[in-house]
Design a protein around this ligand. Structure first.
Ligand SMILES: NC(=O)c1ccc[n+]([C@@H]2O[C@H](COP(=O)([O-])OP(=O)(O)OC[C@H]3O[C@@H](n4cnc5c(N)ncnc54)[C@H](OP(=O)(O)O)[C@@H]3O)[C@@H](O)[C@H]2O)c1
Length: 306
């Protein structure tokens, strides 16, 4: 993080899982950080402001960016609309992302957070950035528009990067988690309530989970790839692990017994090939087992088996 100091940084999606810890870490590292979201819930501002993040309201779907300063150095664009409405998803995740880029066209770098959700799953074969795209998240309840609107977002961002000349990196994130958030927090709740956990019939349901501390450390490495035309890079942790792995580990640490429900109505395994990310010199340092233990002890110390 040594290189990323003394900058004016816009972090969108700041009230969300991934971007909040990024924004506060960058503010603590000597940057002026503007944390943006619609912020309809004003109570979400305070903890961010206390952590040194200047909160501003934007709306991607309405292309409302009047509170964004004109002289932003770096944009980290994490905001995403998770909606069943395709029009809204395209307006926010595709058109809105491009409009934000146009607004910040003087920036030295723009990081667009995409997702490995854009890939067509291919069993347990690691997927490279050039591999076929698909609608991987459609089977997951509530995620109807997600893959398609994230793909549309990439296309719009690539186009705008060329049109306005902003050095851009599109980073396809696998499964992010931290001490206080992640897919596993839901799985833990399901374990506790003896609910069966959906896994894909093509087991194991593997990904490349990346802990928030590593994700934050990786930002300067990703920004080093920002270019015109935009560069696309996979973004995840060095270790492959699946829903079955972390639920078994949660079971071992708590004494609770996971039960699995193999189904096609969930996301299939998507393992990103990380060669391009690693070519920047970046590797993760927090293994998934350590990360799971940290999350459990931070969120539910009462459940840890004595
Ligand atoms: N979570 C994952 O497992 C995962 C996996 C791979 C990639 N990703 C990517 O990582 C990024 C962050 O995801 P997340 O899970 O942290 O998201 P999240 O928790 O759902 O947060 C979404 C953020 O976007 C903001 N937002 C939503 N609609 C908006 C709009 N119209 N205008 C401006 N801001 C808006 C929300 O704040 P307001 O409601 O206040 O506007 C919130 O701050 C996304 O780009 C996502 O695609 C996530």
């Amino acid at each position: 993080m040594d290189q990323l100091t003394g900058k004016k940084i816009l972090v969108t999606g700041v009230t969300g899982w991934v971007a909040g810890p990024v924004a506060t870490a960058l503010a603590a590292n000597g940057n002026t950080v503007y944390g943006a979201a619609r912020l309809k819930d004003a109570s979400k501002r305070e903890p961010l402001e206390v952590a040194g993040v200047k909160t501003i309201s934007i709306d991607l779907a309405k292309q409302r960016f009047d509170e964004v300063p004109d002289d932003i150095d770096v944009v980290l664009h994490f905001a995403v609309a998770k909606t069943q409405d395709f029009e809204l998803a395209f307006a926010a995740n595709a058109d809105g992302s491009a409009a934000l880029m146009e607004k910040c066209q003087g920036a030295e770098a723009f990081l667009h957070c995409s997702s490995t959700a854009v890939y067509e799953p291919n069993g347990h074969v690691p997927l490279r950035e050039t591999d076929p795209l698909g609608d991987s998240h459609r089977p997951m309840p509530g995620m109807t528009t997600y893959s398609i609107s994230k793909i549309a977002g990439e296309v719009m961002v690539k186009n705008m990067a060329k049109r306005v000349g902003v050095p851009t990196v599109i980073a396809r994130l696998s499964v992010p988690y931290g001490d206080l958030y992640g897919w596993m927090t839901f799985h833990l709740m399901m374990l506790e309530h003896k609910m069966p956990i959906a896994v894909h019939t093509d087991q194991p349901t593997n990904y490349a989970p990346i802990h928030s501390d590593d994700l934050i450390r990786s930002i300067p490495y990703l920004l080093s790839l920002a270019s015109v035309p935009a560069t696309i890079v996979n973004w995840g942790g060095d270790e492959v692990a699946g829903v079955e792995d972390w639920c078994d580990e949660l079971g071992r640490l708590t004494g609770l017994t996971p039960t699995y429900e193999p189904t096609t109505a969930t996301i299939a395994a998507i393992i990103p090939d990380l060669e391009k990310l690693h070519s920047t010199g970046f590797h993760t340092t927090i293994g998934w087992k350590e990360g799971i233990r940290r999350q459990l002890t931070a969120t539910r110390p009462d459940l840890v088996k004595q």
